[in-house]
Ligand binder design. Structure first.
Ligand code: PLP
Length: 393
């Protein structure tokens, strides 16, 4: 059977090959440390799980409205107001099956064949694929390491054409952990307004910011920018709820209505029980969110210092999310490899540490390490990488 052209150009996840190899080694009895995780290692807070059990016991196990429960939309509206001073109507919110699905649905309703979407590199792996699946064309702009992996207004301006439909801003970023400042966002926003370029602001790591850095949404900067932006967010990272699959989009009513219509023919609705859990997550105590943030911050500070001591690694210190994205080109060369991808494979095979090669994020000189794992494990991983390098140089 011949598959549709649509999927022929899909690039399989860059992390898959290395994850498969890590699994293979584990199955063969090796003690492999995986630093590829894209999810918090903490349990979902107890009161959220209790709310899900209660929802089931009360019979909330049926279809819900396609765009999400009214009660959850109300909590999301309150969250925007509380955290960012942003006012949305419930009709400007859609609850989706995770932020990933919110993005997927958004691209489906805003892109026509050939529409261009500006994607700053390094990027989260799903952006280009989702844009392509909607018939769009990814246009890459390199966020230079010397500019903290962020794009400049001049760079953005230089790629805008009459087919440019949108730009994606992911701050804090996966994989770099960098955060755009208010001034930087304002400058990018001005260009978007001038050229009528739509802004997709992926704020899934909003709560994970460190060392006094602050997250600002571009939608907070002016009513015009708010109108030009769809915010994507969710509970996966903030409340350690990756498996529950609850994310959402907030923005223009027409777009949200179209997304809701599309969802009504694809998912019907996000899982009812998970939506009740999400209501508890936003209406209940927020201390667990802050406790997890503090744990990540502590790990970042310890592990960052260790990493930059390892020969050949340089690293811009992340400001948010839970990844380090060091440049490993020199380390790879010192260990005898032309490509960082080969170096990553050798680290896995010999040091038994699985990192994610940066090539999958559009940054082939870098590697991504997640610190969503315990300090003990992280420290052992750093020791193994250090030893591997010492043996090679
Ligand atoms: N956006 C970014 C930048 C991410 O890293 C992720 C998850 O890894 C998502 C969106 C999707 O999150 P979820 O679908 O779990 O809400």
């Amino acid at each position: 059977m011949k598959l549709a052209k649509r999927v022929a150009s899909l690039t399989p996840s860059a992390t898959l090959a290395i994850t498969a190899k890590a699994k293979e080694l584990k199955a063969a009895g090796y003690d492999v440390i995986g630093l590829g995780a894209g999810e918090p290692d903490f349990n979902t807070p107890q009161h959220i799980m209790d709310a899900a059990v209660q929802a089931m016991n009360e019979g909330h196990t049926k279809y819900t409205p396609s765009g999400g429960l009214a009660g959850l939309k109300t909590e999301i509206v309150k969250k925007f107001e509380r955290d960012q001073g942003l006012r949305y109507e419930p009709s400007e919110i859609i609850v989706c099956v995770g932020a990933k699905h919110a993005l997927y649905t958004l691209f489906q309703v805003i892109l026509d064949e050939g529409d261009e979407v500006v994607i700053p590199t390094p990027y989260w792996v799903s952006y280009p694929e989702q844009v392509k699946l909607a018939g769009g064309v990814p246009v890459y702009v390199e966020g230079l390491e010397e500019n903290e992996f962020k794009i400049t207004p001049e760079q953005l301006k230089s790629v805008i054409t009459d087919r440019t439909k949108a730009v994606i801003i992911n701050s804090p970023s996966n994989p770099t952990g960098m955060i755009y400042t208010e001034e930087e966002l304002r400058a990018l926003g001005e260009i978007c307004l001038e050229h009528d370029v739509f802004i997709v602001s992926d704020e899934i790591y909003e709560k994970l910011v460190y060392d006094g850095h602050r997250h600002v949404s571009i939608a907070q900067l002016s009513p015009e920018l708010k109108a030009q932006t769809v915010i994507i967010n969710g509970l996966s990272k903030s409340h350690s709820m990756t498996g529950w699959r609850i994310g959402y989009a907030a923005g223009n009513k027409e777009i949200i209505r179209a997304m809701t219509d599309l969802a009504s023919h694809s998912t019907s609705n996000p899982t009812s029980i998970a939506q009740y859990a999400a209501i508890a997550a936003y209406s209940g105590p927020q201390e667990p969110v802050e406790q997890m943030r503090q744990a990540f911050e502590q790990r970042l500070n310890i592990i960052y210092e260790k990493l930059i001591q390892i020969p050949g690694f340089t690293c811009v210190k992340p400001q948010g999310a839970f990844y380090l994205f060091p440049n490993a080109r020199q380390a790879a060369a010192m260990a005898g490899y032309h490509h960082v991808d080969e170096f990553v494979t050798a680290l896995l095979e010999e040091a038994k540490v699985a990192l994610v090669p940066g090539s999958g994020f559009g940054a082939p000189d870098n590697v991504r390490l997640s610190y969503a794992t315990s300090l003990d494990v992280l420290e052992t991983a750093m020791e193994r990488i250090q030893q591997f390098m010492e043996q090679r140089v």
